[in-house]
Design a protein around this ligand. Sequence first.
Ligand SMILES: C[S@+](CC[C@H](N)C(=O)[O-])C[C@H]1O[C@@H](n2cnc3c(N)ncnc32)[C@H](O)[C@@H]1O
Length: 369
Amino acid sequence: MASSGFEGFEKRLELVFSLPVCADGARARHGLRLLPVGALREALDAAQCAVVSAAGNASLDAYVLSESSLFVYPSRAVLKTCGTTRLLRAVPPLLRAAAAELGLALRSCRYSRGSFLFPEAQPFPHADFADEVRFLDAAVPNSLRFRRSAVMPPPPPPHRHGQEHKWHVYTASTSDDDGGAARLTVEVCMTELDRTLAKQFYLTPGDDVGRTSHAAGDAMTAASGLGDVMNPRALVFGYAFAPCGYSMNALDGERYATVHVTPEDGHSYASYECGGGGDDDAAGTIASVGKAVAAFRPGAVSVSVCYGGGSGTTEGRTGRAIDAAWVWSVVADAVETMSLTCRSRAAEDFPGSITVTYQTFTRAPASST
Ligand SMILES: C[S@+](CC[C@H](N)C(=O)[O-])C[C@H]1O[C@@H](n2cnc3c(N)ncnc32)[C@H](O)[C@@H]1O
């Protein structure tokens, strides 16, 4: 841990593989889910984190890690790590194992993160986005020739705290127009959590002897209302750290949601992410951000939405095409009801027909009258 405090802001990597056409039935059906435990462990060791709990359903495997989460689908892996982990170091062993054990070739790679609270504590290559981009450029195969990195703009000055909250995105893809792979992912980063709500994520005296980390985590899920963030059908797995901290994975069919909480005063942080589904209920998926924000009443929030662009992407209930202006307005409707005001917004297109939107919100200053 940095001497200054725990770095809550996560690094997030999504790798998408092509399933081999001539694979036998099991390999075609389960793909990456057949990776040997030893191969996963080698990748997580390289990133400097470990599995603390595992669950799965017919569509995916979900792991709570010592620092955040891992989701594994047949052709897609999402690895999210926080603290001073070296997430990008997991890329070479993952690609090697996917090729050697399963014959899977990488089709696209997306890396994203916010601005760290304690950038000086980050190990190479994470201290500098330019180094992260160089590392990824060297790690992904040449066949992913469509590449782009961008730092999404900070709010215009003067910002409330003089901090610049930026969103860093790198993508590489074998195709500039990956029309068939529309997926919606929502990433929310919250700081300055309400102190009373944050206290729910501390173990209570006696927890260390009386309850498992899973049972204590499930109690935190219930007390905070986070169990409802997805929908009542979802399987929810909470995990409590000692003396504080919380991680949760929720699964509903092919969709997942994940919440991570660093409740320590002075650098409190919570994240909410959901994704895994297509865009048939994009409005509902994005609106779930409102429930996550209500559980923490943060002073500052950023929301990034990544969606498959191109002509095939429509919002199911209305048949309306998803575009950045529509995403911005659905996010703002979900967040601004909680005395938070939009400070900045941006949208960028990336290879593989991906669009990423980014918005920041802060609590409105108290009125002087
Ligand atoms: C892993 S969790 C959630 C991570 C998530 N990115 C976040 O910050 O919200 C981090 C919280 O758990 C606490 N914690 C306690 N033991 C930990 C451990 N062994 N590894 C990681 N975090 C631990 C940290 O102090 C922090 O409050």
